[in-house]
Design a protein around this ligand. Structure first.
Ligand SMILES: Nc1ncnc2c1ncn2[C@@H]1O[C@H](COP(=O)(O)OP(=O)(O)O)[C@@H](O)[C@H]1O
Ligand SMILES: [Mg+2]
Length: 230
């Protein structure tokens, strides 16, 4: 079974919400899905997992893996990993990240890896999220918005993937409003027409989004899960 790296056109596009919902949906189909957030940054939570992304991913996949496996690098500052490491005077050990990634890959039938920010978010001065995906040799799924501006952001992300030789499985359009502006309504067909990529799903804005089950049923309804299981 294939594993995937979930990236996005930006921070806040819904990478965590979608990855968690995908993991929960796949679990319901009796697939042993693991989750990983190799590098996270942000304000540390006081209890449980330091990263709120990791807490949600863990809850969704119902795995027994320890925090240091799911999230080997946590930087307690809401900036890019590169900036956080610089400001906090820390060194990000990518060797450990890749070792733990390979262990999780072996331990589960399928692994969903959430990126950080977008494809060109710097982890080091000359090492970006794209470099991490390339080294993991995973196919990627791009999460994007449907609102005005998305064509520019999504096409740039797709082009960078091409430049790095990263295979894109498809695009998931989040916060989709079928009654929205013309830009929004056209986004799925235009993105498919220009990039040639599969639109794996269009997920609407979910009111009760803080509940994992609500987001999971929205993903089950609007994303073609069969395309992931191969
Ligand atoms: N389809 C949706 N409907 C409503 N809220 C959403 C949806 N997708 C994501 N969110 C919310 O938007 C915020 C940002 O999403 P998140 O998954 O954390 O983005 P990212 O991981 O890309 O930074 C979160 O509070 C999340 O719960
Ligand atoms: Mg996230």
């Amino acid at each position: 079974m294939k594993s995937y790296f979930i990236t996005g056109t930006d921070t806040g596009v819904g990478k965590t919400a979608i990855t968690a919902a995908l993991a929960a949906s796949l679990r319901k189909r009796n697939i042993d899905v693991g989750v990983m957030k190799p590098v996270a940054s942000g304000v540390a939570r006081k209890t449980g997992f330091r990263s709120s992304d990791v807490a949600l991913l863990h809850e969704a996949a119902q795995v027994n893996d320890k925090e240091e496996m799911i999230n080997p690098v946590f930087l307690p500052l809401s900036v890019s990993p590169f900036d956080a490491a610089k400001i906090l005077n820390l060194k990000i050990d990518m060797k450990i990240v890749f070792e733990r990634f390979h262990s999780l890959l072996k331990a589960h039938q399928m692994l969903l890896v959430e990126g950080i920010g977008g494809i060109m978010t710097p982890i080091a001065r000359d090492f970006f999220v794209a470099d991490m995906i390339k080294e993991m040799e995973l196919e990627t799924i791009i999460v994007t918005r449907a609102t005005l501006g998305t064509l520019n952001h999504t096409i740039m992300t797709v082009k960078m993937c091409k430049e790095y030789g990263i295979t894109v499985k498809g695009i998931i359009i989040n916060y989709f409003d079928e009654k929205g502006s013309p830009a929004e309504r056209n986004a799925p067909s235009t993105l498919h027409e220009i990039t040639g990529l599969t639109i794996l799903g269009t997920v609407p804005f979910v009111k009760d989004y803080q509940k994992l089950e609500t987001m999971t049923s929205a993903v089950e309804k609007n994303v073609n899960l069969d395309l992931f299981i191969s």
